[in-house]
Design a protein. Structure first.
Length: 436
């Protein structure tokens, strides 16, 4: 970042001395006012719950222009990466800053492939769960448990440890997610197969059984690979900020990523894809397209507590570019599966059309986000609804670990420790219980 030829002057109406604050600019996007000296100079904090106007860090990984609906990973538009590259090329880009050439791609793919197995002891963690446990509950536990097996790569301040932990996490998430799924359906775990692609191996571990050969569908393999790319990173979203804050204490990368998995689970964040699919199924069960008007009315009634899941975004005030690509992937997969007339897809498109013509949504700049169509395409691939957010976590792991490693490599970083506006009881003395 560099000093802008601009300064911020903060003055107070109560006559307190005004102060000057430096303004910094990045390569693109909003400038920032550096308030690090504010408390020291004024004895006051800023107040920004939800961080609506707060940059918590500087980063060179992902840039979002919410007004334009633009998403760039290391400068490359998501539309070009999702159609012109595969997920492992995108992982290389996010981790190292550049797309790999053919040799680098081969080396990186081999490195990831050689780390896809998990320690045989990992399977015993699952036995403690009920068979109907939510896959995100299982995954939160399994990812945290990984730290118990890799004492050779838990020193986050060692760049070599950071790199091998990144490779291990990217490589093992598909194996862990597939194990969480197999456990809930009572089927044996399938070991990774090194001759399959990243997405193909995941499909194999999910849907193959030891009883017969499993053929990976190239269309589903490509669709899943694209879903991974679309979810790979997204600037300082809630779960990435959780990973950064958790990692800022110096804890190991596995624990920090487990914190990200836990945060992503929430329905306002990564859990929205499961919630959006359940919402579409409810509408479909209660009358389908004919009932959309009634449902929209409920959403607009603040007292209903009902939201149009898969719509709205803190940053995008235009169409989420990932939602457009996800809708296209939906069409491809449904056609491949002979499900062109899938009622939920038709319902989703009708719901989107009606919402985008309704002033409630238009005036609040609420558009479909990445979660609106992702559930439909995952369901068409055969992924059970409760596993949708685990797939999101699988894909977002590369973004989390890239952002974590960037933070640890930044000489400016310190342990994150926000302050507060206190409005509780002032000092008072404890009375003996007989006098309370
Ligand atoms: C993800 O941050 C990221 O980058 C996240 C993510 C990523 O890749 O990491 O993009 C992934 O989490 C996408 C978002 C998935 N969540 C959902 O689809 C859940 C439904 N959406 C909302 O809960 C909401 O839109 C949020 C949480 C996504 C954003 O919330 P904000 O920015 O705090 O905005 P808000 O809640 O203040 O909404 C502004 C207004 C409010 O109405 P008013 O008080 O102004 O009258 O819009 C309304 C909200 O009530 N609103 C909605 C709505 N989203 C916002 N009303 C109905 N349905 C919705 N979906």
């Amino acid at each position: 970042m560099k000093l802008a030829d601009n300064k911020a002057t903060l003055s107070f109406s109560n006559g307190s001395p005004s102060i000057e604050l430096p303004v910094y600019q990045g390569s693109v996007g909003p400038d920032v006012i550096d308030i690090r000296k504010l408390y020291g100079q004024t004895g006051m904090f800023t107040y920004d719950p939800g961080f609506l106007s707060t940059a918590a860090c500087q980063s060179a990984i992902t840039y979002i222009d919410g007004d334009k609906g633009e998403l760039l990973y290391r400068g490359y538009p998501i539309e070009q990466l999702a159609t012109g590259c595969d997920f492992l090329e995108t992982c290389h880009l996010l981790l190292y800053g550049e797309l790999p050439n053919a040799k680098a791609k081969g080396d990186f793919t081999k490195l990831v492939t050689m780390h896809t197995m998990v320690n045989e002891q990992m399977q015993f963690f699952l036995r403690g769960f009920r068979r109907d446990a939510h896959p995100m509950a299982i995954l939160t536990g399994l990812v945290g448990a990984l730290s118990a097996f890799y004492h050779d790569s838990t020193d986050i301040n060692n760049p070599k440890h950071r790199e091998i932990a990144a490779i291990r996490l990217i490589a093992k998430m598909p194996t862990l997610v597939a194990m969480a799924y197999k456990y809930t359906v009572g089927q044996p775990y399938m070991y990774p197969k090194n001759d399959l692609s990243y997405a193909g191996n995941f499909l194999h571990m999910m849907f193959a059984t030891p009883c017969e050969p499993y053929k990976v569908s190239p269309v589903l393999e490509r669709a899943l690979d694209r879903i991974f790319t679309l979810h790979a990173d997204h600037e300082q979203n809630a779960s990435t900020s959780t990973v950064r804050l958790c990692g800022s204490s110096g804890t190991n990368p596995f624990a920090a990523i487990a914190a990200g998995v836990a945060c992503l689970w929430g329905p306002a964040h990564g859990g929205a894809n499961e919630a959006a699919l359940n919402m579409l199924e409810d509408i479909n069960r209660n009358g389908g397209v004919a009932k959309i008007g009634e449902f929209i009315k409920q959403v607009k009634d603040k007292n209903s507590g009902i939201k149009l899941m898969g719509f709205g975004h803190r940053v995008y005030k235009n169409y989420d570019p990932r939602a457009k690509l996800m809708q296209e992937t939906c069409k491809e997969v449904l056609a491949e599966m002979g499900l062109e007339n899938d009622p939920l897809f038709k319902l989703a498109m009708a719901l989107e059309k009606i919402a985008l013509e309704d002033d409630y949504f238009v005036s609040r700049k609420l558009y479909p986000n990445v979660d609106f169509y992702s559930g439909i395409v995952q369901r068409a691939i055969g992924i059970p609804v409760p596993l949708f957010t685990a797939i999101f976590a699988l894909a977002r792991t590369v973004g989390w670990i890239a952002q974590l490693n960037e933070m640890i490599g930044d000489p400016e970083y310190k342990i994150g420790r926000p302050r507060q506006l206190f409005n509780g009881s002032q000092r008072r003395d404890v009375l003996p219980i007989v006098k309370r």
